[in-house]
Ligand binder design. Structure first.
Ligand code: SAM
Length: 208
């Protein structure tokens, strides 16, 4: 019900279709359960904001800020979030957001594989410095198994980004990166989905 309500908030059939398909490929419930029930939550590269709006509607005590480079996505996300007081979207480059601090949660959903290995390290390290002591970093990425799904994602992202470089991170390498950044408690979960879902989702929850 909430998902249908959110889809209907978007203007334009193409965006509605995009959000509908995104929800089929990754249900927001599968991420929502790892997000604190209250506090300041920052989503880096929030896209059309469909996940953040879901998180905000589920728990009113969450205050969610989405940062996204693409102005059109931010505009449409704010239209969909109209009259929902605890979520707001801003045009901002996640490499430059120095004024973010004291967060209870930082979300990086499908953004790290779009930046270089060095930038991945910088983003994870800087997330650590922006979290409260009890805060948590949530990374949603692409798992490297099964191989056919992994290669589907490589192809999909190459087409969607017009052949920009892609930097998928294998599970063990990601754990090393997270540890190197100073996170002590790391939980890794492969998201169970319908059998032929071509996206192998993996979620890392990282605490200090
Ligand atoms: C694959 S989409 C993921 C969107 C959303 N997080 C989700 O899971 O549905 C990656 C998003 O990151 C945004 N992005 C890429 N580079 C960015 C940057 N430097 N600062 C902010 N957003 C960026 C893109 O515009 C795009 O909307």
């Amino acid at each position: 019900m909430i998902k249908n309500n959110i889809i209907s908030r978007y203007k334009g059939n193409l965006i509605k279709l995009y959000v509908f398909l995104r929800y089929i490929l990754l249900s927001p419930q599968d991420i929502e359960k790892y997000i604190p029930e209250k506090g300041k939550i920052v989503d880096l590269g929030s896209g059309f904001g469909s996940y953040d709006i879901y998180f905000a509607l589920k728990e009113k005590k969450r205050q969610i800020y989405g940062f996204e480079l693409n102005k059109n996505r931010v505009y449409n996300a704010n239209i969909a979030a109209e009259n929902i007081k605890n979520v707001k979207f801003f045009v901002q480059d996640f490499n430059k957001n120095r004024d973010i601090n004291n967060c209870d949660c930082i979300i990086m959903s499908d953004i790290l594989h779009h930046v270089s290995k060095e930038t991945q390290d910088i983003l994870i390290m800087s997330a650590k410095s922006k979290l409260n002591k009890t805060g948590c970093l949530i990374i949603k990425e692409i798992w490297e198994k099964p191989l056919w799904k992994y290669y589907y994602c490589v192809l999909h992202d190459k087409i969607m980004t017009f052949n920009e470089p892609i930097f998928f991170i294998k599970k063990n390498d990601m754990i090393s990166k997270i540890k190197k950044a100073g996170f002590k408690k790391i939980e890794v979960r492969i998201i169970k989905s319908w059998l032929l879902n071509p996206i192998p989702h993996i979620v890392y929850t990282c605490k200090l």
